[in-house]
Design a protein around this ligand. Structure first.
Ligand code: XMP
Length: 318
């Protein structure tokens, strides 16, 4: 019978036999899969696991700092690399969603390759690939592994991709990954985290991306997600986030008419991201959240709630 405990025991032994005293590099994304893969590998080979956590500047508000601290607290040998400026530069003036994804994938590979080169004599690349990633071309859960896979045919192979691959979660479904993580006493905050796309907020800012737009969307998103937690709705939702729309609409403040940004809130129920239903969030929740966003986030004067399901709409707006 499959149990998370027996999986951990057997996998740790198998990893030790496979890897021996070699060094392994792994890209952490903050998501469930790469985090569980890291903890398993850490159990097996300890300090020979070198984790790299790249800040692409498109993460949720404070996510880089808080997740990095959490990883360090778990004893991982992790290096945080803040490459925000490099990503923003590559994205300047880019509005096409697929070009955004390509630019982000390319810069990620460059940054990761630079970092991997600094690990002397590294032999393996570990990835948090799970079974659904194996059977689909694009990971629904995002993260570095998805980015790498969908971009490895751009130009020559970066050096780190010539490393031997180790994927300890390859046979598992998401719920099994969570159970494996829980059996290793991993934090609920990491295991219960909503999926977040690899390109991050870049694909939730419709049109071109600027540092200011990222900041505005981070503020809006943080209020929405925090309120979901406060109202005990976070765990009932599969994925949620805010989208910055490329339209201004008229509003009024005092005697003045304003002409400011509109944001959409999106929350869906799903099992695998292939189909999804919008979540019937309570009106009071939406009302409070909308008021808080408009009162606190300068430059936003209108909030709408997305009530489309997938198909035919998708979860993301681009
Ligand atoms: P859609 O919008 O296709 O999203 O309904 C389905 C799931 O996939 C995520 N998603 C991505 N994840 N890179 C990723 O790593 C991407 O480019 C990407 N696009 C969408 C989305 O967040 C949802 O969970």
């Amino acid at each position: 019978d499959w149990t998370p405990q027996s999986f951990v025991e057997e996998t740790v032994e198998a990893l030790q036999a496979q890897i021996g005293d070699d060094k392994v590099v792994l890209g952490l994304s903050g998501g469930v899969d790469s985090s569980v893969a890291a903890i398993l590998l850490h159990k097996a080979i300890g300090k020979n696991l070198y984790c790299i956590f790249v800040n692409n500047g498109l993460l949720r508000k404070n996510e880089f700092e808080s997740v990095l601290t959490q990883y360090e607290g778990m004893g991982l040998n992790v290096k945080g690399v803040d490459a925000s400026a490099r990503f923003l530069e590559a994205l300047a003036g880019v509005s096409d969603p697929e070009l955004k994804r390509k630019a982000i994938g390319r810069v990620f590979i460059e940054v990761f390759d630079d970092e991997a080169h600094q690990i002397e004599d590294v032999k393996w690349l570990a990835q948090g690939t799970i079974y659904p990633d194996v059977i689909e071309s694009v990971s629904a859960t995002g993260g570095p592994s998805a980015t790498i896979k969908s971009h490895h045919n751009v130009g020559g192979l970066p050096d780190f991709m010539k490393l031997k691959i180790v994927e300890p979660l390859r046979a598992l479904f998401k719920d099994e990954v969570r159970r494996v993580g829980a059996s290793m006493d991993m934090d609920e905050g990491i295991l219960g985290r909503h999926p977040f796309p690899g390109p991050g907020l870049a694909i939730r800012i419709l049109g071109d991306i600027t540092a200011e737009k990222v900041r505005v969307l981070q503020e809006v998103d943080a209020i929405f997600i925090n309120n979901l937690k406060v109202w005990n709705l976070y765990d009932k939702v599969w994925q949620a986030g805010a989208i910055l729309l490329p339209v201004n609409s008229v509003g009024v403040m005092g005697d003045e008419r304003t002409y400011e940004k509109c944001v959409a809130l999106r929350a869906v129920e799903s099992t695998d991201g292939m189909t999804a239903d919008w979540v019937n969030l309570p009106y009071e929740f939406l009302q409070n959240t909308s008021n808080e966003i408009i009162n606190k986030v300068k430059g936003v004067n209108r909030v709408v709630y997305d009530i489309s399901s997938k198909p035919p709409a998708t979860i993301e707006w681009e």
